[in-house]
Design a protein around this ligand. Structure first.
Ligand code: ACM
Length: 503
């Protein structure tokens, strides 16, 4: 290797009277890469060194015990992008390898360390979820065939870093949901909340009540095509997410937002008359019949099947906008349904209105207000303030898609708040994390989802992962700008906010 002279050395030679032209073919040293300052979400610490590692046709991926799945995931990304064969070999290989190593130590979940030097890349973690997080960081460091030298030490601020997709107002296929999962996990999103049911559609086959999907799933907003997931398809989504260390939290919204169910089964209404299927965008007009015993038999069946399909600990039971349910009925209902969820071995997540009932220990309230004054008195809180974290809100008054009832949300608005201190009456110890919901009343295609999610999803992802000490809009703008070439390569149709100097 020729010794490379840095700019500062050349400048010193010039200053010392040595003509720059006399220095034969000066090869300018690669300065430490800026790539380590562009990792998004920002890591706990990162340092760039000079030099780097080149992925060539002899490079291997070496995987220790338990790391094989992550190695397959990495190979699936790097083989097409580099054109290198990257065979996966057992641990122990030294030199010219990307080593995924489990060190067997405890410590925070998803913790990892990444080291890059001229001989290779090493990602070390206590568990496979940390290796996976480290792989997402590595993906952002690879440019062409090279990985700049340096190291990263990292762990998440919050375990819950969520994104919600409303597949009820518009139906999205399994492949479309899986594409969104892949877009999310690269920013270390750890929870996919699926809003499976609403007035306009019921999207999961419940074998004991098949008309829910067959009839209630036949519609979508505006007369667009309906659809539903068979249980096998739904399991495929859950497994696809799990293989990427993402937990699916399914939501069956109740006692309101149930017109599709009532249209399918008239016995669930108080008067026994089925309403027509609904394809508008109103809210707050439907309710399960709280005094009728069949309501709880129905919910026991639905929740039982859903619990059996759900490896994660939480089921989301909605509880928002129950304007067609009296307050007394609402409290009775939410308390009884929490018991049904518990009887099936699961814990409850619900929109923060559940605080009006008696949240069981372990119930998580998801805050979606806009005032930060409504207190969510639950043992855990997930923050999705509608005026900051709702990805379906327009960016500005010219945004062709989305809604504006909560706010116009530019990139800086989505980024510039602190989930740890946002609710004055909720201690930061009760904050489990953040979630970016994407409601689909007027979003119909994956392109439209991507335009609303990107770039703001990256802002919410960073609020969930990065230490509060890294919070800095000017630095975030640089990190975000660096994502644009990756989004273009992935075919993500993002909103090119003028707040950012895109690459
Ligand atoms: C909600 O936006 N109704 C939770």
């Amino acid at each position: 290797m020729p010794v490379k002279l840095g700019r500062e050395v050349l400048a010193a030679l010039v200053t010392a009277g040595v003509c720059a032209a006399a220095v034969a073919e000066p090869v300018v040293a690669d300065p430490p890469s800026t790539a380590y300052a562009e990792i998004l979400p920002a890591p706990v610490s990162a340092r760039a060194d000079r030099g780097g590692f080149t992925i060539d046709r002899h490079t291997t991926i070496s995987a220790g015990p338990g790391a094989r799945g992550v190695a397959d995931h990495l190979a699936g990304i790097l083989r097409p992008s580099t054109g290198r064969p990257l065979p996966i070999v057992p641990a122990g290989r030294r030199g010219n390898t990307i080593a995924l190593t489990m060190d067997g130590s405890d410590g925070p979940r998803e913790r990892y360390r990444l080291d890059v030097n001229g001989r290779g890349v090493t990602i070390t973690a206590g568990r496979a979820d940390g290796l996976f997080a480290g792989v997402q960081t590595l993906r952002q460091l690879v440019h062409g065939h090279t990985v700049p030298a340096g190291n990263v030490t990292d762990a998440p601020r919050f375990a819950y870093r969520g994104a919600m997709l409303d597949v009820a107002r518009h139906y999205f296929t399994v492949a479309q949901v899986e594409r969104y999962i892949d877009e999310l996990v690269q920013y270390k999103i750890s929870v996919l909340h699926l809003h499976l049911t609403d007035d306009q559609g019921w999207r999961l086959m419940i074998d004991s009540w098949p008309r829910l999907a067959a009839v209630g799933g036949s519609t979508a907003v505006g007369g667009d095509p309906g659809g539903y997931y068979t249980q096998a398809q739904y399991r495929a989504i859950v497994e696809y997410a799990a293989s990427r260390f993402m937990t699916v939290i399914p939501e069956i919204d109740m006692p309101g937002h149930v017109n599709a169910a009532l249209a399918a089964y008239p016995e669930l209404t108080c008067d026994g008359v089925a309403p027509p299927l609904y394809t508008g965008t109103g809210v707050g007009f439907s309710s399960l019949c709280v005094p009728k015993e069949i309501t709880y038999q129905f919910l026991d069946d639905v929740i039982g099947e859903l619990a059996a399909l759900t490896p994660g600990p939480y089921l989301h039971i909605g509880g928002d906008e129950a304007h067609a349910t009296s307050r007394a009925d609402y409290v009775t209902f939410m308390n009884r349904v929490q018991g049904i969820v518990a009887a099936h071995g699961k814990r409850v997540q619900a929109w923060h209105q559940i605080a009006a009932a008696t949240p069981l220990p372990g119930t998580v309230a998801q805050y979606w207000g806009t005032t930060n004054a409504e207190v969510a008195a639950a043992t855990g809180v997930v923050l999705s303030p509608a005026n900051l974290a709702y990805l379906d809100m327009k960016y500005n008054d010219r945004t062709p898609l989305g809604q504006d009832w909560a706010a116009l949300i530019e990139v800086r608005d989505a980024y510039d708040w602190d989930p740890g201190t946002y609710l004055p009456d909720v201690p930061s110890s009760a904050v489990r994390g953040v979630e970016a919901p994407l409601w689909t009343e007027n979003l119909r295609t994956p392109d439209e989802l991507e335009y609303m999610a990107f770039p703001r999803l990256a802002a919410i992802a960073e609020l969930g992962w990065s230490p509060a000490s890294t919070h800095d809009w000017d630095a975030f703008k640089v990190r975000l700008a660096a994502q644009a070439p990756r989004w273009r390569a992935q075919g993500i149709d993002f909103y090119p906010s003028t707040q950012i100097s895109w690459r």
